[in-house]
Write a protein that binds this ligand. Structure first.
Ligand SMILES: Nc1nc2c(ncn2[C@@H]2O[C@H](COP(=O)(O)OP(=O)(O)OP(=O)(O)O)[C@@H](O)[C@H]2O)c(=O)[nH]1
Ligand SMILES: [Mg+2]
Length: 283
């Protein structure tokens, strides 16, 4: 059923990036990903499915699958992440302080998290269908000291926040707090947690901060390709427990790998949805 719906959507002539336009990841588009066997495709689009059989039957699975768009919706969202002459996707500007931040009218989403958690890598993966967009990825932790703004046509803007942790809580006070406090067009904050390590004290501070500023936020578990399955499950359940006690957090954590592309298509769809760029069909 899943494959038939996919085939129907993928009409001949659908465009995707080729080597001559820049090198995109070989699973960056749903068209390329659809060449995978169905179980692998399901795992790529909905990474939680692969973990599900390993969860104890006493675990409530409902919250892991709240956002489960159709493949058509995922494909619709992908269009927003694909540049065209009328839809420019590009780095916009950087700011070292909030009073240098550009005033933008479109809805905005931001990515916050510890240094090295994978914020910039995730943004690069999200933008992999626009390979000309330059997203800096650090080799050394703490590289991104500026707030970096990217514009996705007129649809939304996306913000890569400086990593915190080495000088916490000072890092929060300088950059993240003023941003969360004052950014009026911010519609969703994505709080990244390292899937290989799990929740750290500094992640808890960030979570409390999102609660305090009453900003709707979503937790993203990163680097799932690198984490052993048992470790990932433990970290996921610990996270789920925390989320269940939070008010402003979306109950479903998103699992992603910027290396093998697991969960990237789903996250693109969620971003397109929360910024109002697409309307989800009936699933
Ligand atoms: N295996 C694996 N490595 C990742 C993944 N995402 C990021 N990394 C690696 O983790 C390191 C840090 O990634 P960044 O994206 O620079 O992290 P950041 O959160 O932007 O870091 P700061 O800018 O310092 O705050 C890099 O060496 C990445 O290659 C992932 O999904 N899987
Ligand atoms: Mg970075």
């Amino acid at each position: 059923m899943f494959c038939r719906r996919l085939e129907k959507w993928l009409k001949p002539g659908t465009r995707f990036w080729t080597a001559t336009q820049g090198v995109a990841h070989n699973l960056a588009s749903i068209q390329q990903a659809s060449l995978l066997p169905q179980t692998k495709l399901q795992g790529l689009l909905f990474p939680f499915h692969q973990l599900e059989p390993h969860l104890s039957s006493s675990v409530d699975r409902g919250n892991f699958r709240l956002f489960q768009p159709s493949v058509e919706d995922i494909a619709k969202a992908e269009k927003l992440f694909t540049p065209s002459p009328s839809h420019n996707i590009d780095y916009h500007t950087s700011a070292v302080r909030m009073d240098h931040a550009p005033s933008l009218n479109q809805p905005e989403v931001c990515f916050i998290g510890r240094s090295n958690v994978g914020k910039s890598s995730l943004i690069r993966a999200l933008f992999s269908l626009a390979p000309k967009v330059e997203v800096r990825v650090s080799k050394t932790p703490g590289h991104t000291k500026k707030i970096n703004f990217y514009k996705v046509g007129h649809a939304f803007s996306l913000v890569d926040m400086p990593g915190y942790g080495y000088r916490a809580p000072r890092d929060f006070v300088e950059m993240v707090e003023p941003y969360l406090d004052t950014r009026t067009n911010l519609v969703r904050t994505f709080l990244l947690v390292d899937g290989t390590i799990g929740l750290q004290k500094v992640d808890m501070i960030a979570l409390e901060m999102c609660e305090e500023y009453r900003r709707p936020y979503v937790v993203v578990l990163t680097k799932i390709d690198k984490s052993r399955q048992g470790v990932l499950l433990t970290n996921l359940l610990q996270l789920q427990e925390m989320i269940s006690k939070a008010d402003g957090c979306f109950p479903q954590p998103f699992l992603i790998s910027s290396v093998n592309f697991s969960g990237i298509h789903l996250l693109r769809c969620f971003i397109a949805h929360v910024t109002g760029g697409i309307h989800l069909g009936e699933t």
